[in-house]
Design a protein around this ligand. Sequence first.
Ligand code: FAD
Length: 409
Amino acid sequence: MEQMTTRCVISGGGPAGLMAGFLLARAGVEVVVLEKHRDFLRDFRGDTIHPSTLRIMEALGLLDELLALPHYPFRHMEFSFGDRAVPVVDFTPLGERTGFVAMMPQWDFLDFVAQKAADYPGFTLLMRTESEALIEENGRVTGLRAKGPAGPVEIRADLVLVADGRDSALRDTAGLDVQDLGAPIDVLWFRVSRTSGENPESLGRLKDGSIVIQLNRGNYWQMAFIVPKNGAERVRAEGLAAFRRRVGAATGIEAARLEEIDDWDKVKLLSVQVNRLQRWWRDGLLCIGDAAHAMSPVGGVGINLAVQDAVAAANILAAPLRNGTLSVDHLQQVQKRRLWPARVTQRFQVFLQDRVIRPALDKPDAPPPLPLRILARVPYLRRFPARFIGLGLRPELPRAGEVAPGDAC
Ligand SMILES: Cc1cc2nc3c(=O)[nH]c(=O)nc-3n(C[C@H](O)[C@H](O)[C@H](O)COP(=O)(O)OP(=O)(O)OC[C@H]3O[C@@H](n4cnc5c(N)ncnc54)[C@H](O)[C@@H]3O)c2cc1C
């Protein structure tokens, strides 16, 4: 079995894990990130780089380089209820350089962060390496066991950072209690090609009992069709033709283009979960991102929170990791800092799920809820949801780095 020793081993190369790995390496901490897939190419994940993340990239001096990658800047969001358009979010007051959500395939963003991290000698990324079990000694987590392309690996570390998402096996084996906050909806994801004459803004559409979100991905729409919890089977039983008709009725996309959805294999089910760990840490282990608090796709803020957790974790943990003085107090501090934003954001998601989305599925003819009607009438107010969605609560910025790219660790 291959043996490694490092300061911090991170399970999961998603937004939380890669960003934490990058920032820790930049702060002079030796870090190993494990990602079970061979690449970051996975479809139907969040593709939203929020103003808060843009500000982090700006603080790191990487914003222009990031935005040189193909992306679509999404500055406004509107919902349509039947045939009535209701504009609700305006990101532009958040600044010229960062007042938009950059719609960018998540794999491009993760490739970018991984590339930048690789400039630091303390950073190691092991792809096709799946963490499987914790190593514990006297009640303390001291590392993990993983399976890599060349066989089993054992990695000892002062800290195991668990950032492997909502289905994290490590958080289960760590015995941390999960509080389920409930999700009355599931989402069917699929894509439909986009024509040049269409409104490029991302839209939410509620019509005839269907809710469809359309996200502009350049030459195609990434579409989310919301169904009641466990309602996907019923939609499937009605058949593909009926599904295409419902999508067409809600979006106005013509039938010929919807013929692209010719197999249920092209329609992926996301079982929505909203949950949170009661305690995010144990001696030697800390969970961040979806592993600590699985977010609903409502509002598209999961990546935002995952990246913010990573920045807070790196800010708080870099010095004690570097000096070998890490204690549970430091882990507790990370939870204390990030719990409030996660809790309030989840409450907001659960509120929207229960009070806006679920009633709209049950009562298709209901008018837009009052808060949305007010936002539609008073453009000035649209900056407030933009702030909440775009920056989140308690936005984080990275501390100055300790090493320059290419320096010896
Ligand atoms: C279909 C879908 C659409 C979404 N849409 C949006 C959106 O538009 N905007 C938004 O902000 N959020 C969205 N979200 C939520 C968002 O994707 C998550 O909140 C965010 O990705 C969490 O980041 P993370 O790094 O914590 O976890 P993840 O992104 O889940 O990353 C975890 C990583 O760990 C890896 N991994 C898992 N297990 C192991 C293991 N044992 N060993 C090694 N590696 C492992 C996984 O392969 C993955 O790369 C969506 C989620 C889904 C599922």
